[in-house]
Write a new protein. Structure first.
Ligand code: 6OG
Length: 160
C-alpha cells in the first residue's frame, strides 16, 4: 500500500523552523510540518492545510523541492512491513502569522548549523542539507529494525 504525505520545511536565510512531534507517527522527533493527503485534496492544498493546523501560519510562498519514498523492511519499525510512504517535501520561503504550538507540534527556530539531526528521522541528515542549498531531489530510503537506514539513494533533479 502507498500512502502520500506532505512535509514543509520553513527556511529563511540561515534558520529553519521545525516542530517537535507531540503524538502519533514520529513522536519525540523534530520534523517539518505535514501529514496525509485527504480524499479530494491536491498535494498543494494538503501542504497549506497541514502547515496551518500544526503551526498556525499561512504559507505565502513555497517550492516543491523533493519526493522521497520510505519503505519499512522490518516488522518492528514504525510502520507496517512492506508499506511505502511517499513524502512530498516543500521549502517554505515566506509565511504570515506567528508560529504557535498545536496539539501535534511544538515549533522552534534552529540555526542551520544546529539542526538536531540526532533527534530527527535518520533520513533527514541526507536530504535536508540539499534543501538548504536550494537543490531539488528524488530519493528512496529503506528502514530496518529500530528505524535505522538500511539502504538509500538520492538523486538531484532539475525539476520535480
Ligand atoms: P502524520 O502522521 O502527522 O504525518 N514523515 C517523515 N518525515 C521524515 N523526515 N522522515 C520520515 O521517514 C517520515 N515519514 C513520515 C510525513 C506524518 C508526517 O511525518 C512525515 C508527515 O509530514 C520515515 O499525519
Amino acid at each position: 500500500m502507498k500512502k502520500i504525505f506532505t512535509l514543509c520545511v520553513v527556511f529563511q536565510s540561515s534558520r529553519v523552523l521545525l516542530g517537535m512531534k507531540k503524538r502519533g507517527f514520529g513522536e519525540g522527533r523534530w520534523n517539518g510540518f505535514g501529514g496525509k493527503i485527504k480524499d479530494g485534496e491536491t498535494i498543494e492544498e494538503a501542504m497549506r492545510r497541514e502547515m496551518h493546523e500544526e503551526a498556525g501560519v499561512k504559507i505565502d510562498s513555497a517550492e516543491h523541492v523533493g519526493i522521497l519514498d520510505f519503505e519499512f523492511s522490518e516488522q518492528d519499525g514504525s510502520a507496517s512491513l512492506g508499506e511505502i510512504l511517499t513524502v512530498h517535501i516543500f521549502r517554505v520561503d515566506s509565511f504570515t502569522g506567528e508560529p504557535r504550538e498545536s496539539d501535534e507540534m511544538k515549533p522552534q527556530w534552529f540555526d542551520i548549523a544546529d539542526v538536531p539531526y540526532e533527534i530527527m528521522w535518520p533520513d533527514d541528515k541526507y536530504w535536508m542539507p540539499l534543501l538548504f542549498d536550494g537543490k531539488k531531489f528524488h530519493g528512496k530510503f529503506v528502514f530496518g529494525k529500530g528505524d535505522v537506514v538500511r539502504e538509500y539513494s538520492i538523486d538531484e533533479v532539475q525539476k520535480i
